[in-house]
Design a protein around this ligand. Structure first.
Ligand code: HMG
Ligand code: MG
Length: 338
């Protein structure tokens, strides 16, 4: 059967914007995230605390994160150990940038919105904790080539790099997601054997990750392959209740793959507003599954998301204006008459 409700893990501000050629101004990012929260999304990946030379598009993480304190209130940004001025000034700049959208949703407002951030190593964790982040994500690879290109490490060296990160985060009460990239195919190595994915997934779980996200980084998966991987993970003791799926739509399979996963116990789905995204360290990785396309399917199936599709679509159209090109999402185009 299908779940009554799906939790959407929104990655547009991170996975999407990290892949833009140009750098989006920090205030535009802050307004984007405010508008995503106002549209009802409750898990919004905000940025990455990676090396700024590796991902220059997200080099403003220190400037951006304090602009978001008003979104999650006390639920996800603890105020950090930084200067006392940060929360006060951020409140005013955040609301001046987007008071209309963030205040306009009424009801529950943006209480309980989570703002996870990517962290590859202890240096990244220090930066994130300093700003009061309460949810982080480490990001491993099922293949050696992508581990080398994305993390400058072998797969096992990257797991060793994550070990103290996860341990320290858990000690601090911080929720940890473990991304696993190249779960289906790799642009350099071709199809990725299921057992190779299971090994790294188990290792991430054993480090203490609270949830895993299975990444089809280059979008080559098809539904049968998804089911085979979920079955193998289940057999290895990695249950679908802690698994999220992260599909890219390169071959137009992302929704079919999502439906297959939902029919087999998955209830967390990653998606990117307007279909933004890809990955700068993986050639031929095009956009993530568009959140609007996902919401259209889920609502059609009677599955709750909490998302206001019209408001989300307006947000993606607005951001597309800043990026200077239309959203690739079919649903955005259909609903906006573009
Ligand atoms: P490295 O060059 O091996 O780093 O890069 P290092 O550990 O040797 O350190 C070198 C210098 O960098 C040192 O400075 C460190 O302090 C500094 P120095 O002492 O020489 O002056 N440094 C840092 N500075 C700021 N923040 C940090 C940091 N770490 C070290 N966190 C590293 C290793 C992991 C840092 C690098 O490879 C990196 O930043 N990689 C990130 C790449 C990335 O963000 N990729 C995109 C995200 S993954 C993705 O999109 C896939 C996903 O969406 C799922 C899917 O679709 O599959 C999640
Ligand atoms: Mg991705």
């Amino acid at each position: 059967g299908l779940p009554p409700r799906v939790r959407i893990h929104e990655v547009g501000a991170r996975d999407g914007l990290q892949n833009e050629k140009g750098t989006v101004p920090t205030e535009v990012k802050a307004e984007f995230i405010h508008r995503l929260a106002a549209s009802g999304l409750t898990t919004i990946e905000a940025t990455s605390f990676v090396h700024p030379k590796w991902v220059p598009q997200l080099a403003d993480a220190e400037a951006l994160f304090p602009l978001l304190t008003d979104i999650s209130g006390s639920s996800d940004i603890s105020g950090g150990s930084g200067s006392s001025g940060s929360s006060g000034s951020s409140g005013s700049s955040g609301s001046s940038g987007s008071s209309g959208s963030s205040g306009g949703s009424g009801g529950s407002g943006t209480e309980g919105v989570h703002l996870p951030v990517l962290v590859p190593n202890e240096r990244g964790l220090d930066r994130a904790l300093e700003l009061g982040a309460r949810r982080i994500a480490v990001f491993g690879s099922a293949t050696e080539t992508f581990a080398a290109r994305n993390l400058n490490r072998t797969v096992d060296e990257s797991l060793a790099m994550f070990e103290p990160v996860v341990a320290r985060a858990k000690d601090a009460g911080v929720h940890v997601r473990g991304y696993l990239s190249m779960c289906f195919g790799d642009p350099w190595e071709g199809p990725v054997p299921v057992h190779q994915v299971v090994r790294v997934a188990k290792a991430l779980r054993d480090l203490g990750c609270d949830e895993l996200s299975l990444g089809d980084t280059i979008g080559v998966a098809t539904p049968g392959h998804v089911l085979a991987l979920l079955a193998a993970l289940n057999e290895a003791g990695v249950g679908t209740d802690t698994i999220g799926v992260h599909f890219h739509d390169t071959y137009g399979q992302a929704l079919a793959n999502t439906l297959a996963a939902l029919q087999h116990g998955v209830t967390t789905v990653d998606a990117s507003a307007g279909g933004l995204g890809g990955c700068p360290y993986a050639k031929s990785a095009t956009g993530n599954l568009a959140t609007e396309d996902l919401v259209w399917m889920l609502h059609g199936l009677g599955i709750e998301t909490g998302v206001d599709l019209a408001e989300l679509t307006a947000t993606s159209v607005w951001l597309a204006g800043h990026l200077g090109r239309p959203s690739p999402s079919r649903t955005v185009r259909a609903l906006s008459g573009a």
